[in-house]
Write a protein that binds this ligand. Structure first.
Ligand code: IFM
Length: 455
């Protein structure tokens, strides 16, 4: 008989989304412009010239979406709030219709017995604040605290869990060093300032959230990836260490009181004393104790420094071609990585609680002749990753929940609508929602709090 992998009774099964990726209705009810509106409307930035103007039209269809979440039997729904809906000018008086939208959603979730997990910042900064310097300016951290205060006063009696930021590494490096995300800046010094002000804003906002929402938990959500060198050469090892350092440790070390990692400062050619934007007391503020750390994991990366003359023969290889090994995003399917990052994080930081806040895959299957979406590769991806999460729990990782990315297909940033991560298919012509096979598979998993051991 197949072995059944079960999870602790309190384990939270959920699904994640983000405001700009699903809401649409960008000009309604007083919403201001965000940096993603600006960026996506700048020609050349987004595949096929897509924008989030309509997205999944969740702003109007949220009741239908809620019914799907109920059918999915998730215990929790993780979504983000669009700052420009609440404060169209970044600061200033709150826009009541914006708050009302999220308030209605939260009430309805609770009514349906689904816990609201709210992210305050999933990348949609009010454009007005960007025009004043954006996250490169310290004042944006203060504006964020004001926004967190307004939102948590209005919704804090009902929210179960707050995340200040989602993936500050993408905001920092993709948005401000490589320029492939909004606001499209390519400047290392700016990126470093941005990273510091994001972390500072987290540290300043946590006590405000705790004060306004005492029964909720508060944390932050970080990127992870399983970075490995392709050979034993120093060059490959350094590349893997650098990538892991930039995308993970640059953020997690300060959050846990270790400061910015010295090796990465050296790699970037910046001495800590040159970072004049770090003020006395900042590092203490940033390392404020939190209730949990959220982790997003998707894939493994094998690092090969092709330019190095001293490289040794490659020993680690990517998996063979094939849909079960490679997602349509071009990311390798490597479930063992989720175990590795969970245990690495547990040992290094000893967090009270961890969540997988995002894990999932893009496969662009659509409805077949029977009208159904047979996304078997997604089921395989999820099954294998979740089985490995269970092993991590057994090995001692304080994993309290798993949120699939994503509840529904949505606007995948620079890739526009070309990548489908959802368990619900969206027809972007008519916005019809079709639950995929993975949706029904996941609902069984939620229902039984576990799954049959894969393979
Ligand atoms: O869609 C994104 C999400 O917004 C942030 N984490 C990664 C996902 C897939 O790229």
């Amino acid at each position: 008989m197949a072995k059944f992998l079960s999870f602790p009774d309190s384990f939270i099964w959920g699904a994640s989304t983000a405001s700009y990726q699903i809401e649409g209705a960008v000009k309604e009810d007083g919403r201001g412009k965000s940096i993603w509106d600006h960026f996506s409307h700048t020609p050349g930035n987004i595949q096929n010239g897509d924008t989030g103007d309509a997205a999944c039209d969740h702003y109007h269809r949220w009741e239908e979406d809620l019914a799907l979440l109920q059918r999915m039997e998730v215990k929790a729904y993780r979504f983000s709030i669009a700052w420009p809906r609440i404060l169209p000018d970044g600061n200033g008086p709150a826009n009541q219709p914006g708050l009302d939208f999220y308030s209605r959603l939260i009430d309805a979730l609770l009514e349906a017995d689904i816990l609201p997990y709210v992210t305050l910042y999933h990348w949609d900064l009010p454009q007005v604040l960007q025009e004043q310097g954006g996250w490169a300016r310290r004042s944006t951290a203060d504006a964020f605290v004001n926004y967190a205060d307004i939102v948590s006063r209005a919704l804090g009696d009902r929210v179960k869990s707050w995340a200040t930021h989602n993936e500050p590494a993408c905001i920092t490096w993709n948005g401000h060093r490589y320029g492939d995300h909004a606001p499209g800046i390519k400047d290392l010094r700016t990126a470093l300032q941005v990273s510091h002000h994001l972390l500072l804003s987290h540290g300043l906002a946590v006590p405000v959230l705790k004060q306004n929402s005492p029964s909720a938990e508060t944390g932050i959500v970080l990127n992870t990836c399983w970075d490995v060198p392709a050979s034993k050469s120093q060059a490959d090892r350094d590349l893997a260490r650098l990538h892991e350092g930039l995308y993970s440790r640059w953020f997690s070390d300060p959050l846990y009181g270790f400061g910015y990692p010295n090796d990465i400062c050296q790699d970037l050619g910046i001495a800590p004393e040159e970072m004049s934007w770090i003020k006395d007391g900042d590092m203490h503020i940033i390392s404020v104790p939190c209730d949990y750390l959220g982790i997003n994991y998707y894939n493994r990366k094998i690092h090969r420094d092709a330019a190095s003359e001293n490289n040794l023969p490659q020993e680690v290889f990517e998996k063979q071609a094939g849909k079960d090994n490679w997602t349509d995003m071009g990311w390798e399917n490597y479930p063992e990585g989720i175990y590795n990052v969970l245990l690495r994080t547990t040992y290094r930081y000893q967090p009270h609680k961890l969540y997988i806040m995002e894990n999932g895959c893009s496969y662009n299957d659509g409805p077949g002749p029977d009208g159904k979406v047979h996304d078997i590769h997604r089921i395989n991806y999820l099954k294998t990753h979740i089985a490995v999460c269970q092993q991590a729990v057994e090995a001692g990782a304080p994993l309290a929940g798993y949120f699939v990315w994503s509840f529904m297909d949505n606007f995948e940033w620079g890739r526009g609508y070309s990548q489908r991560f959802g368990l619900v298919h969206i027809d972007y012509e008519n916005l019809v929602r079709t639950p995929k096979d993975s949706f029904f598979w996941y609902s069984q998993l939620c229902h039984h709090n576990g799954l049959e051991k894969p393979g």
